[in-house]
Design a protein around this ligand. Structure first.
Ligand code: SF4
Length: 336
């Protein structure tokens, strides 16, 4: 295999501590022993979707920090943990939702570039501010005094200031109103094209990653349960969890929105890893037997788009099947 054949990012069996106190239960976080595996090609945007506690945010941070986690993370075929720290800071950047509010954008950008070994960082700041459409007048004000939209643009500038190979964006629009979030996603799309970036984009809902992602992975309890080219996933989700997440995404057309079917999940993510299919305690389509006894592996269904795989024993039989919380469903859900 040549370097050109390698994915830019190759994550294999990464088990990262899940985020959130709710999951720190009875001595440890909920983890799936198989962990998360995914590959991101150079120039691609891979969207990872999962609700709070899915492990998606923890995975994002573990990739960038190369922390003490099980599994492997390779950038261009090289273990991230073995990269020179300066190179790592330069090539691999985390885009979070907020920086240190007391700092000024100018100094945080200069410090980030200097730590990544970039020469004459001061001279690059105006160009960066221009690229993220940040007025020069705000560069010397504390971030805490800036409106949300400008603070996020500072975070974007910090993520791209080193000319990285990969930007890992951890829920970059969290807490923003719809208009500001849309503007930020537009900015990320434009920067990707202008700077030739590759993104791993983590978000809580499928609506956020819809317009940016080439491929999407859906995570539940620290493992990918469905992966597909974005268009295939939005047109025809297979996994019950994906179907539920997608059914919660608002549709702009009010008539379609009124007719839209909502799939309600039962309860929160569990506080102990369930046996069998990890989703079975909440699955509206659970069936007795394999669902509780055997963990499903990712597989392609007949006629699937290339790259569309799902971890569900019954995915091909769900269209038209009655979900447990629909009218006409059996009175008892065997998973409860
Ligand atoms: S394997 Fe069973 S419990 Fe798991 S998602 Fe599929 S139908 Fe639901």
């Amino acid at each position: 295999m040549t370097a050109a054949d390698l994915p830019l990012l190759d994550v294999r069996g990464l088990v990262a501590p899940a985020e959130g106190r709710r999951l720190l239960h009875r001595g440890g976080p909920v983890l799936r022993p198989e962990g998360v595996s995914l590959q991101v090609g150079r120039g691609e945007t891979y969207g990872v979707v999962g609700e709070s506690g899915s492990g998606a945010s923890a995975m994002a941070r573990a990739i960038v920090q190369a922390g003490n986690t099980a599994g492997r993370v390779l950038l261009d075929g090289v273990e991230v943990a073995e990269l020179d720290p300066v190179q790592r800071r330069r090539r691999l950047r985390l885009l979070g939702s907020a920086g240190d509010g007391r700092r000024q954008p100018w100094s945080s950008l200069v410090d980030d570039m200097r730590a990544a070994g970039i020469a004459d960082p001061e001279s690059r700041v105006p160009e960066l501010a221009d690229a993220v459409e940040l007025p020069a007048t705000v560069l010397h004000r504390p971030e805490s005094e800036l409106p949300d939209g400008q603070r996020r643009r500072v975070a974007v500038a910090r993520a791209v200031c080193t000319g990285p190979d990969l930007v890992v964006a951890d829920d970059p629009t969290a807490g923003l109103d719809v208009t500001v979030a849309a503007q930020l996603l537009d900015l990320l799309g434009r920067l990707k094209a202008d700077l030739g970036l590759t993104y791993l984009l983590v978000a809580r809902d499928l609506g956020v990653v819809r317009h940016l992602s080439d491929r999407v992975g859906v995570m539940y309890l620290g493992a990918v349960v469905e992966e597909a080219p974005a268009r295939a996933l939005y047109r025809g989700p297979w996994h019950p969890y994906t179907r539920a997440l997608l059914s919660a995404v608002p549709v702009p057309d009010p008539e379609v929105e009124d007719r839209r079917e909502r799939i309600l999940l039962v309860g929160d993510p569990p506080t102990a890893t369930p046996g069998g299919c990890a989703f079975h305690p909440r699955c509206p389509w659970i069936r007795p037997g394999r669902c509780q006894d055997e963990g499903p592996l990712l597989r392609a269904l007949p006629g699937a788009a290339p790259g569309h795989v799902v971890a569900c024993h019954h995915a091909e039989d769900l269209d038209g099947a009655v979900a447990a919380n629909e009218p006409g469903a059996p009175a008892e859900n065997p998973g409860q």
